[in-house]
Design a protein around this ligand. Sequence first.
Ligand SMILES: [Zn+2]
Length: 258
Amino acid sequence: MTISLAELARYADGLLETASIPDYPNAVNGVQIYSPSPIRGITAAVDFSTRAVEGAIASGGNLLLVHHGMFWGGLEPITGSHYRRVRMLIESDIAVYASHLPLDRHPTLGNNVLLAKELDLQPSASFARFEDTFIGVRGESDIETAAIVTSAQRFARIHGGDVRTSLIQAGRRTRTWAICTGAGASADTLKEASTLGIDTLIVGEGPHWTAVHAEENDLVIIYAGHYATETLGVRALAQHLGEKYDLPWNFVSAPTGL
Ligand SMILES: [Zn+2]
């Protein structure tokens, strides 16, 4: 069976509801660079980067799936490193497909639901409103907050990251938690957490003031790394598409240290 980029992208756009999920303008969800050849293999990476492109070339495949796409840094001329990456892609006939919030919030392949699974937490509702959709998940538990930190630490270290937390009192328990991967600690999510009575918020990263706010409001924020918390979705999407179309797939680990 051969599968064209257009056909695979049509399926992925439907699966991820790309057309109806709002996102930041720079996300440019869907096909970002075209390849005329049938798809031979899929490489997933969190970020569009030189390491990701080199990984895609080395894999012998010709579709690079990323969470943060080619335009994530905003409008920039195709010069310097941007030019080198675009040139490598075109010379190697590699297409790029990006999925940001549609992948974050997906109910089975999403970063948020999969991070909950990694941490042994069962989501029962959604969290982190963005326009008319919800990106994250939340649920109830009765475990020591420190135990969640330990699981998050184990997970983050596999992906070259580490975990930071706001102040945690000894013996503290987590009864209502929420997850928003990536840059998940923000004025909006903290306000939502307070409205919903969330006591533990698990995110990728957030500004310094969020840790101060947490301590003042009986909230614990677990910062498990922007990169690490967003490794799950692209990997699951690549696996899903690989199995559906009988294509080889791989994941390029390219931790950023954040
Ligand atoms: Zn992100």
